[in-house]
Design a protein around this ligand. Structure first.
Ligand code: CMP
Length: 140
């Protein structure tokens, strides 16, 4: 296992319910370090571009609207095997299938309003981190 970085987003359903601190505690308790973090209101262009891989999926338009519906917190997480570890802490995309004790099991409202995003591979993590952060904003 190597030290990796991954991109995390705390989504509008979670910022609306003031859950940023609780979610950050879950990440830190799991051994992930928040090495960059900022709160943003995504523009339509940013939301569309970030989720471009899902463009042909039936949920794409609703997902873009949802991601613009309130502030998000984008963050870079660092740790051993951070991509997989973060996905384990988040739980399955659909909270109905998420394991006990995961962020999505405990906080997500629905498959769309599922509280957090996490990169699904080291390759995508690098792209997603670059999408939101410059190198000087990441402080390990
Ligand atoms: P995320 O991990 O951010 O990646 C794509 C997002 O699309 C996903 O989390 C959900 O918020 C959203 N989504 C909405 N409907 C679906 C669906 N049917 N399958 C997968 N993702 C969905």
């Amino acid at each position: 296992m190597a030290v990796e970085q991954t991109l995390s987003i705390i989504k509008p359903d979670a910022t609306r319910r003031n859950l940023t601190g609780k979610i950050n505690a879950r990440l830190e308790d799991a051994g992930l370090r928040i090495v960059a973090q900022k709160r943003l209101h995504l523009t339509r262009g940013q939301a569309e571009q970030f989720y471009e891989v899902h463009k042909e999926r039936p949920f794409y338009n609703d997902l873009v609207e949802f991601m613009m519906s309130g502030p998000v917190v984008v963050q870079v997480l660092e740790g051993e095997d951070a991509v997989a570890l973060n996905r384990k802490v988040m739980g399955e995309t659909n909270p109905a299938n998420a394991a006990e004790g995961t962020i999505r099991k405990d906080f997500a409202e629905s498959i769309e309003a599922n509280s957090v995003h996490g990169s699904d591979s080291a390759e995508n993590a690098a792209k997603e981190i670059q999408f939101f952060f410059s190198r000087t904003e990441i402080v390990g």
